[in-house]
Design a protein around this ligand. Structure first.
Ligand code: BG6
Length: 364
């Protein structure tokens, strides 16, 4: 029962401060600035032998996989990328013994992800899982893994499981980093950041009421863009995915830097853009792109940090708290969940069971 909540999706969004704690519990080591992931079944030597990381998942799990790849590359300095598990086996992929494959799945039953894991293992690769449902097919098929402890997720649109996937990747990146060159100071900085996150997620959720009008405006658009750069781009992809899944509006994610190479032609007063503009080394460049949109009267919603000054740009500002830059993507994701939710609510859609979609796709 969704209980006093109008929907499971909203209930699951609001549970995140608690469920985020559950995935971190017992896994952080403040003294050595690292994480302990016993379920991975890899010792320090195994972890040091990893030369590349390939992440496999579908839908939101694929997009959070891209966030995870960025974390691993930044913290552990290991080349990492994510690929749609649904495409992987069809290109007869080369499986390398020193690549760590990571399958990501809430249900643990998505057939495309399961078949990708089997492809890796059949060719002699090592595959670990980031899975929510204990004892599920993917969890059983993997060599080891990290359970997400988000509790049952009912709404088709993933929220709390996705957040825990991100945190699972942060733990993995931290542990991989600390057996390599990540300094203890950086390790401690990230452990402290992870410990602060559940409270900051709560802060973002507390500002839900401020977002409802913005969501209603976005719901009226037939088509909209979600844009971000580098760490922010997978966040934009996830935001667009969530929005289209439950509001049935055309929502397209783009790298902010690519706007001028094509989609700027579509910007006009009818086409809103949701832009991710964290306070980081790319803030000024991001603001440059906002000027281009503003000059064409494109309505703007900007998810940003307090200190970012948008100057003359006409935009709706949604401010989230700052954490460590590597961990900020998850705080930028939370308002996008709420925007999608309130847009769909405004349109009167069945939020938990959007048309044409299933919670887990278990047949090819
Ligand atoms: C899709 C769902 O079919 O499967 C998405 O509609 C979900 O919401 C994706 O992200 C992957 O599911 P899972 O269970 O493998 O994480």
């Amino acid at each position: 029962e969704a209980g006093e909540h109008e929907s499971y999706m909203r209930k699951e969004i609001l549970e995140q401060p608690t469920t985020a704690q559950a995935v971190l519990r017992g896994r952080l080591d403040e003294r050595f600035g690292t994480a302990h992931l016993g379920g991975l079944d890899m010792d320090a030597r195994d972890l040091r032998a990893v030369r590349r990381v390939k992440i496999l998942g579908c839908g939101s799990a694929y997009y959070v996989g891209q966030m995870g790849a960025a974390l691993i590359e930044e913290l552990a300095r290991i080349p990492a990328d994510a690929e749609a598990a649904s495409e992987f086996r069809y290109r007869d992929p080369v499986i390398e013994p020193d690549t760590l494959y990571v399958a990501v799945s809430q249900s643990g039953e998505t057939i495309d992800t399961l078949l990708a894991v089997q492809e890796v293992r059949r060719k002699g690769g090592r595959c670990v899982g980031l899975v929510n449902v204990v004892g599920s097919a993917i969890a059983r098929e993997c060599d080891g893994g990290i359970y997400l402890h988000a509790g049952p997720e009912v709404a088709v649109a993933s929220t709390k499981a996705l957040t825990n996937m991100f945190l699972g990747f942060a733990l993995l990146a931290l542990q991989l980093g600390r057996v390599r060159d990540l300094s203890i100071a950086d390790g401690k900085r990230l452990v402290a950041g992870l410990e602060r996150l559940p409270g900051q997620i709560e802060e973002v959720l507390a500002s839900e009421a401020d977002l409802v009008d913005v969501a209603k405006e976005l719901a009226e658009a037939r088509s909209l863009f979600f844009i971000g750069r580098v760490r922010g781009f997978p966040v934009a992809r996830e935001g667009a995915q969530k929005f289209k899944e439950i509001s049935y509006r055309h929502a397209e994610a783009y790298q902010t830097s690519e706007l001028k190479h094509g989609p700027l032609a579509l910007i006009d007063p009818e086409v809103p853009t949701v832009a991710l503009v964290p306070s980081d080394e790319l803030t000024e460049r991001n603001i440059g792109a906002l000027h281009e949109i503003d000059a064409r009267q494109g309505p703007l919603v900007v998810i940003t940090h307090e200190e970012v000054d948008l100057g003359e740009i006409g935009a709706r500002r949604i401010v989230v708290p700052r954490n460590e830059p590597e961990l900020d993507p998850i705080l930028l994701t939370i308002p996008l969940q709420l925007l999608a939710y309130h847009a769909a609510q405004h349109l009167g859609h069945d939020i938990d069971k959007p048309r044409n979609l299933a919670k887990s796709v278990t047949v090819e």
